[in-house]
Ligand binder design. Structure first.
Ligand code: NDP
Length: 502
């Protein structure tokens, strides 16, 4: 079992072995709650990416040569092993990124389902027999792409990685992972799970490092057939442009600025619980954060008063304490960004209803803590209403009519997720169908399932994670057209017979 406690840094994982970076460089992973060292990890760059891609290429014929059923069995074993190792993994995930133990326990408990679901898809996938002319058998085969690259962020290190690894592995691809340098330990630990489950060496490779070096090398590698990236919209645009030169496929799960739309028939307490859950989970560091609370004017004041009181009661503290409800932001950079946007909000004329400051006390002195922050008197053109902050900041905007709610909700460049809160069934669906978002929850937020497609409209990305569609996006179609007749055919014969193509 790999250890984060020893003096030796964790290696890159290439071809089934932990190995130092060729450069010998090492990254330090620090705990955002107090700056303590969590672990030291080898820092890979282009030369290591080249090694990892070569290992993945070598493993491709072996892994893709197995039947879907055989891959499915191995993935079911991986699900069981992962479930067994969750307590240890949760602890490391909490230390790496500072999210509270209660959140990480709830989130990671779901991960084995991804391996079971996609393992089952590998076993049960059926191809098609499209109609063709008489005398022909015509069928399609979905075959894997080859070596694929996964580039992942720090905010849900294992969940996001799992959403990419499970479908790509099930479909028969081999892979190289470039995790965020802030959270590389759990992706390395996952390698042990796969090894024990019987995934052949070289199928899953991990090269921690920086986006500008290891990330760039992976996304521009000519042997990589698909890049699946989760990150900011700017990163997605840059990566897609570079990958396009090699015609490498790109899936990109990018930024968001989700609206939580509360109609007046919603009970105030329910609306407030919804807003808290949508806005402050993960200290606001999620792509589907309910960063914009659109509330009908008739209940606006009641919702804001209650929301402020409830936000002020959120217990901020040590993420390892099961009672803690909000941990620190992941890094000084992320807290600086939050503070920067709070200053912008004040300059733009929004009213700070609560928060807007670091919590005080010795427990918070060395970590990147920030209080839940609520802005009112926000208009849709303000930068705080438009730009992704990725911190515990929510903007409240009132609306009068359904028309106005839809226009406000659609009035950003993003289109990842939204939620609609109403007891009126017809309105719920009518409004949802007009929203420009890849994911819409009705009377809920944040829910996810391996079977349920996940991805954005507009500048929130391209491609989908989860569901059959994710599996299919990790394959390419081969069409096989079989002539069933033995009748002679000679296009150039001078036999006065009319020739046909079909
Ligand atoms: P970044 O865009 O900064 O980084 C994402 C990953 O891309 C990291 O591994 C990073 O490396 C790497 N990277 C950065 N630049 C390049 C490059 N030029 N070439 C290749 N790789 C590169 O995002 P964050 O890590 O800060 O994560 C937050 C962002 O992720 C937010 O915008 C959020 O909305 C989005 N996100 C989207 C989700 C979705 O489902 N749509 C879910 C979760 C987050 P490194 O950081 O190590 O240098």
């Amino acid at each position: 079992m790999i250890s984060t406690a020893g003096a030796e840094p964790l290696g890159l994982y290439i071809g089934g072995q932990f190995t130092p970076a060729l450069s010998g460089r090492v990254l330090e992973v620090r705990n955002p709650k107090n700056g303590a060292l969590v672990g030291r990890v080898a820092e890979g760059d282009k030369a290591d990416i080249d090694r990892a891609v070569a290992a993945a290429e070598a493993a491709f014929p072996i892994w893709s040569g197995l039947s879907g059923a055989a891959r499915g069995d191995i993935m079911h074993k991986a699900a069981e092993i992962l479930a067994r190792r969750l307590p240890e993994i949760v602890g490391i995930e909490v230390d790496q990124i500072g999210r509270p133990r209660r959140e990480m326990t709830a989130q990671l408990a779901r991960l084995p389902e991804w391996y079971s679901y996609f393992g089952a898809l590998a076993r049960t996938h059926e191809d098609t027999v499209p109609p063709f002319g008489a005398g022909y058998l015509n069928y399609t085969r979905r075959v894997p792409l080859g070596v694929v690259g996964h580039v992942t962020p720090w905010n849900h290190p294992l969940l996001i990685l799992t959403k990419k690894v499970a479908p790509s592995m099930a479909a028969g691809n081999t892979m190289v992972v470039k995790p965020s340098e802030l959270a590389p330990i759990t992706p390395l630990l996952l390698a042990e799970v796969f090894k024990e489950a019987g995934v052949p060496d070289g199928v899953y490779n991990v090269v921690p490092g920086f986006g500008a070096t290891a990330g760039l090398a992976l996304t521009t590698h000519p042997a990589v057939r698909k890049i699946d990236l989760t990150g900011g919209t700017k990163t997605g645009q840059e990566v897609a442009a570079l990958a396009g030169r090699n015609l490498t496929r790109v899936a990109a799960e990018l930024g968001g600025k989700a609206s939580v739309i509360v109609f007046p028939d919603t009970d105030v307490d329910r609306a407030v619980s919804a807003a808290l859950f949508a806005s402050f989970i993960a200290t606001g560091q999620t792509c589907v954060q309910g960063a914009r609370l659109l509330v009908h004017r008739s209940i606006h004041d009641a919702v804001v008063t209650r929301l402020v009181a409830r936000a002020e009661a959120i217990r901020i503290g040590d993420p390892q304490d099961p009672a803690t409800q909000m941990g620190p932001l992941v890094s000084a950079r992320q807290r600086d960004l939050t503070e920067h946007y709070v200053r912008i909000g004040l300059e733009e004329g929004a009213t700070l209803a609560t928060g807007g400051a670091r919590p005080e006390g010795p427990a918070f002195d060395c970590g990147f803590f920030y209080r839940p922050t609520i802005f009112t008197d926000v208009t849709n053109t303000m930068r705080i209403a438009q730009e992704e902050i990725f911190g515990p900041v929510v903007c409240v905007l009132p609306f009068e009519t359904e028309e106005e709610a839809v226009a406000l909700a659609n009035g950003t460049e993003f289109g990842l997720a939204m939620s609609v809160w109403t007891r009126d069934l017809a309105r719920a669906h009518r409004v949802t169908h007009r929203l420009e978002a890849g994911i819409v929850w009705i009377n809920d937020h944040h829910r996810i399932d391996p079977a349920s497609p996940w991805g954005g409209f507009k500048m929130s990305g391209i491609g989908r994670e989860n569901g059959r569609v994710a599996y299919e996006e990790y394959t390419q179609i081969q069409n096989v057209i079989v002539n069933l007749t033995d009748a002679p055919f000679d296009w150039y014969a001078d036999d006065n017979v009319e020739k046909r193509y079909s």
